[in-house]
Design a protein around this ligand. Structure first.
Ligand code: GDP
Length: 425
């Protein structure tokens, strides 16, 4: 039987609004601290009547990670009612954004921490924009530090309206607004006695209600080619299935060549033979005829389903810009898309997001850490599935000539040419 995968969540919010405190509190309250010593520290400071600084828990995890004790530095597991979650975390704001954008954090849900007294601040807006950009489907807002408002219903309702308005403009649906105190533990794992008027879920209840990641098996088959191996005179096309299933006997299309082939055999390493393979599996295919796709090529069903990938040389792209200097029209990059790498040029900057009011306006350049809509041009038409929230489709990454990631670039679709004709094919 298959073990259910852990549900990845991210915790975002303006600096000092209480993210670290929340993580420490969550780990402690859900009994997820692997190192019993941390729990002892908490208990002994309590016994001595000292306040527990929850964010220290996170700091000590950080130290463990720096010492190499924890293998994966960006994932903190915790469990809730038999279900595994993993908090995707990264030291430093920039690193965190890079992780989010490159898909290291393919998060299913996000907790947006907002100081109920201060309300939404600049990073709240940036992070909300980022959640929208990478398409996180389940957002829970924690109105933290509600203790500073004495859990006053009217004041908390006011704080909620502002955040609701911000997220509404980004078309982000919120699962719950939870008035809470991460420091004191109100409405985190246990219901607050200071807010008897609140009838919604605690944070832990809201997280437990997040559906497990959707199955990608029901979608059309896609496999980006990783490599082609040769054993004796037989060639095998290797890759990881992004979505859908493939069966021996299926007719598939090799994207760049526009040629069809039949799947003659599906091979796996260290696994029993099985004529069917599905999303998430790494396999090697023997094709008939024995065609040789390149790394980065895309395999998809040959039969027309109406969901074929898009082929375009001008691509409408959302951009999350990470370089310290602005982006200008005419600059060239490598676009990484699954296993493919394409040379691209910025053909136009179509609109830049103003973070103060989330409006779009025309601009000549994208500022550092800015969000924009741009058009990328390639010399040959490339194949891609448009970005769709919650899936890995179309999640491009822009890389400069020093191999540095400079932007997240979800591909939206084929761009119109300036004269209005379509740039497809
Ligand atoms: P981060 O920068 O978002 O990780 O914020 P921290 O978790 O480091 O918290 C910033 C400050 O806010 C610390 O001094 C915390 O003790 C304090 N803080 C966090 N949560 C609460 C809360 O629920 N109530 C109050 N009154 N203070 C809190």
């Amino acid at each position: 039987s298959l073990r259910a995968a852990a549900t990845p969540i991210v915790i975002v919010g303006h600096v000092d609004h209480g993210k670290s405190t929340l993580i420490g509190r969550l780990l402690y309250d859900t009994d997820s601290l692997q190192d019993g010593k941390l729990a002892q520290i908490v208990e002994s400071s309590r016994k001595r009547g000292l306040a527990v600084e929850w964010s220290f828990l996170l700091d000590s995890l950080q130290i463990e990670r720096d010492q190499g004790v924890t293998v994966d530095s960006t994932r903190i597991p915790f469990h809730l009612g038999g279900r595994e979650f993993v908090i995707v975390d990264a030291p430093g704001h920039r690193q965190f954004l890079r992780n989010m954008i490159t898909g290291a954090a393919d998060a299913e849900a996000a907790v947006l921490v907002v100081d109920a007294l201060e309300g939404a601040q600049e990073q709240t807006r940036r992070h909300a924009m980022l959640l929208r950009l990478i398409g996180i489907r389940h957002v829970i807002v924690l109105l933290n530090k509600s203790d500073l408002l004495d859990f006053d219903q009217a004041k908390i309702a006011q704080a909620e309206i502002d955040v609701r308005d911000l997220l509404g403009r980004l078309e982000i649906t919120v699962e719950a607004f939870v008035p809470a105190s991460a420091r004191d533990g109100d409405n985190i794992a246990s219901r607050s006695e200071r807010a008897p008027w609140y009838t919604g879920p605690t944070l832990v209840e809201a997280l437990a209600a997040v559906p497990a990641p959707a199955s990608r098996l029901a979608l059309d088959f896609r496999m980006p080619v990783q490599d082609v191996y040769r054993f004796d005179d037989v060639r095998y096309v290797a890759g990881r299935i992004e979505r859908g299933v493939v069966r021996a006997g299926d007719r598939i299309m090799i994207g760049s060549q526009g040629q069809q082939a039949t799947v003659a055999e599906i091979c796996r390493w260290h696994a029993p033979a099985n004529p069917v393979a599905g999303a998430g599996e790494s396999i090697a295919l023997r094709l008939e005829p024995d065609l040789v796709p390149d790394r980065g090529d895309l395999l998809f069903p040959a039969h027309e389903t109406g969901n074929a990938p898009i082929r375009a040389a001008r691509i409408r792209t959302r951009l999350f810009w990470l370089r310290g200097e602005p982006l200008r029209v005419g600059e060239s990059f490598t676009l990484r898309l699954a296993t493919a790498e394409h040379d691209v040029t910025v053909a136009s900057i179509d609109a830049v997001v103003n973070l103060d009011d989330l409006t779009l306006s025309a601009a000549d350049e994208v500022p550092p850490d800015g969000f924009a809509e741009i058009t990328l041009a390639t010399s040959h038409a490339i194949l891609f599935d448009p970005f769709s929230p919650g899936y890995s489709d179309g999640r491009g990454v822009l890389v400069d000539r020093f191999q540095r990631i400079v932007g997240g670039a979800p591909l939206l679709g084929a761009a119109e040419l300036p004269d209005g004709t379509h740039a497809i094919h």
